[in-house]
Design a protein around this ligand. Structure first.
Ligand code: ATP
Ligand code: ATP
Ligand code: MG
Ligand code: MG
Ligand code: MG
Ligand code: MG
Length: 269
């Protein structure tokens, strides 16, 4: 094909709308599994938390961070994952649809690609999908509040689900009875039910379930032995040390100050 040639049809490109993300803002792409209430049932997820599914979500998110540019932190829980592009990113000229669709498709294909690593003999019955949205945050405070909002959501849902499934699985209630029992209860009431009826101290539950998954970049040294050809055709072994970066997974609090003090390089001025 001759790339220089312009056809009379070329004008239709002008119908494309500009969706450049405002400069200087963090670009957040959040994905959420389509109809995962049903998907989780059809694939026999353990309730309230299936660790295979959480592991697969995190693995897919890691692939997104490794394959795409400029993501500085990702946060996931349940069937959702948020990806934060650095505010100075100019990847795909900051075009929202390009960023969002690359994140969604890389994530979806990875979810299927790595399925067997996590679910082993449980077959994947149909191709899952994920929706995506783009949100811009102009200040560090706004971005932190966004991530705090998602982690608070994780906590609220997990506390509810932990009591709900205890009532059903250990308390012998039907799902409708458990729902009724929890209507109008506050966090303190839920903690009390867990403690007095099921001997569960919520704070001792797995951090993966209470806090969700945080993915960040971590630098580490890597030493490799390289064979080098010398000018006189002789071969020599040389030890080379390189700084490499890899994705690190955490399940800690990101609402308070501590995480951000320990990782000052994530947020920019
Ligand atoms: P929508 O398409 O609107 O997002 P949805 O059915 O995916 O609908 P969500 O609000 O996204 O609804 O909720 C996701 C649901 O998927 C949870 O309520 C839960 O039932 C299920 N789910 C997701 N991850 C897990 C997991 N790791 N273990 C058990 N269940 C899970
Ligand atoms: P970008 O990420 O910018 O889209 P790209 O490498 O995908 O980069 P495209 O302009 O989309 O570039 O071109 C797709 C290329 O993929 C084609 O130029 C061709 O080389 C190759 N390709 C796609 N489909 C086929 C096919 N069915 N048979 C052979 N080659 C193909
Ligand atoms: Mg939803
Ligand atoms: Mg969903
Ligand atoms: Mg969801
Ligand atoms: Mg292409």
């Amino acid at each position: 094909t001759n790339n220089m040639a312009k056809s009379k049809f070329e004008y239709v490109r002008n119908f494309e709308t500009d969706d450049t993300c405002l400069r200087n803002c963090y670009i957040v792409v959040r994905l959420d599994g389509r109809n995962f209430h049903k998907f989780s049932e059809q694939h026999s997820f353990t309730k309230p938390n299936d660790n295979r599914a959480l592991g697969l979500m995190a693995r897919s998110a890691q692939s997104v961070m490794e394959e795409l540019e400029d993501i500085v932190i990702a946060y996931g829980q349940s069937d959702e994952f948020s990806f934060v592009f650095k505010r100075t990113s100019n990847w795909f000229k900051r075009r929202a649809s390009k960023l969002m669709t690359h994140v969604a498709s890389q994530f979806s294909s990875s979810y299927v690609f790595y399925w067997k690593e996590f679910f082993e003999e449980q077959p994947l019955h149909y191709p899952p999908g994920f929706d995506g949205r783009v949100v811009l945050y102009p200040t560090n405070r706004n971005l932190r509040d966004y991530l705090s909002w998602r982690q608070a959501d994780c906590h609220i849902n997990n506390l509810y689900n932990t009591v709900f499934w205890s009532l059903v699985q250990k308390g012998g209630l039907t799902t409708t009875q458990a729902e009724d029992r929890l209507k109008g209860t506050l966090a303190a009431d839920k903690n009390e039910i867990l403690f007095s009826e099921f001997d569960i101290n919520y704070n001792n539950e797995s951090p993966l379930h209470r806090k969700g998954t945080i993915l960040i970049w971590k630098k580490h040294e890597e030493t490799v032995t390289r064979r080098m050809k010398l000018p006189n055709a002789e071969e020599k072994e040389v030890v080379v040390t390189r700084i490499k970066r890899g994705v690190e997974s955490l399940h800690c609090d990101i609402i308070g100050e501590q995480f951000w003090e320990e990782h000052p390089d994530i947020l920019e001025d």
